[in-house]
Design a binder for this molecule. Structure first.
Ligand SMILES: N[C@@H](CCC(=O)N[C@@H](CS)C(=O)NCC(=O)O)C(=O)O
Length: 294
């Protein structure tokens, strides 16, 4: 027996896709993979072509690209094209060719003889860090620590986003059992990070790495109260080391720029829907584009 109020549901013998589930994003959820329509992806002039949206998963890649450019790696110049996931752009044939999983972010490196596609944000971060020899330590212990936290993020964030965020903010009903389960797990994960960041400045040790870049948009965003309007609910002020670390990252201009790229929500001054040139941050944010049309 349980104390939770849970609606009765007896699963049928075989599940069938009979109706949209009613949650936010139910219009793009399907039980099958593959393209729904023909759509060739645009290609810009830079060596790297990014197809993404400025969600936490998308921000990881744009933050790293901006950090690489800030270090002077001109080979990291990129075109960032907007894939509007709410409109189903991730199911266009061109996008599915570069990511059969139909999720942003996806990258094509056109700097060599043959284009190289990379999907999954963790794979993209490792690919770029190795290509430019930056933000991924070479010393075995620091490298192992960096990759451990990087893969921790890949395995953990779906519980924060797909679990907690979904049931707290997006599901058509507030289900106590589900919210309780994922709030508990999200708080446990924040405590894992808080204890780690009590020991060292960054996740892999003294050095800022792709592990920090991967974890920040999710867990930094959570302690800053940016995700799901859930800061108070999860008492995020308790995670003082995570907050200190998030503020350290936020003081980096590349992090600020990376958070703006392909972003379609929030303050228009912080939304740069597409980035094709470094000057776009000054001239093409949504506030400026809208003002120039008036
Ligand atoms: N594990 C993937 C997750 C990517 C992901 O979930 N992307 C979301 C946006 S944050 C998406 O594209 N959703 C569209 C959909 O599910 O159709 C990664 O790290 O790249």
């Amino acid at each position: 027996m349980t104390d939770y109020a849970i609606a009765d549901y007896t699963p049928p013998k075989v599940w069938a896709w009979s109706k949209p589930n009613g949650g936010q994003f139910s219009n793009i959820n399907r039980p099958v993979a593959g393209a729904t329509h023909e759509k060739v992806l645009p290609v810009g002039r830079h060596p790297l072509q990014l197809y993404s949206q400025g969600t936490p998963n998308g921000q990881k890649v744009t933050i790293l690209l901006e950090e690489l450019l800030a270090l002077g790696h001109s080979g990291a110049e990129y075109d960032a094209w907007l894939i509007r996931i709410g409109a189903g752009d991730q199911f266009g044939s061109g996008f599915v060719e570069i990511n059969p999983n139909s999720k942003i972010p996806a990258l094509v490196d056109r700097s060599g003889a043959q284009p190289i596609r990379v999907f999954e944000s963790g794979a993209i971060l490792v690919y770029l860090a190795e290509k430019f020899g930056a933000f991924l330590p070479s010393q075995p212990q620091a490298r192992a620590e960096c990759l451990s936290w990087l893969f921790w993020q890949m395995g953990s964030a779906p519980f924060l986003g797909g679990g907690f965020g979904h049931f707290y903010a997006y599901a058509p009903a507030k289900i106590e059992y589900a919210i309780d389960r994922y709030a508990m797990e999200t708080k446990r994960q924040l405590d894992v990070l808080d204890k780690r960041l009590a020991q060292s400045a960054y996740l892999a040790g003294d050095e800022y790495t792709i592990a920090d870049i991967a974890v920040f948009p999710w867990y930094g965003g959570m302690v800053k109260g940016w995700l799901y309007n859930a800061g108070e609910f999860l008492s995020v002020h308790e995670y003082k080391n995570v907050l200190r670390w998030a503020d350290t990252l936020l003081a980096r201009p590349a992090v600020v720029r990376g958070r703006m790229v392909n972003r379609t929500s929030g303050d228009p001054a912080n939304q740069l829907h597409e980035r094709h040139d470094a000057s776009d941050f000054q001239t093409k944010t949504q506030d400026k584009l809208v003002a120039s049309r008036l």
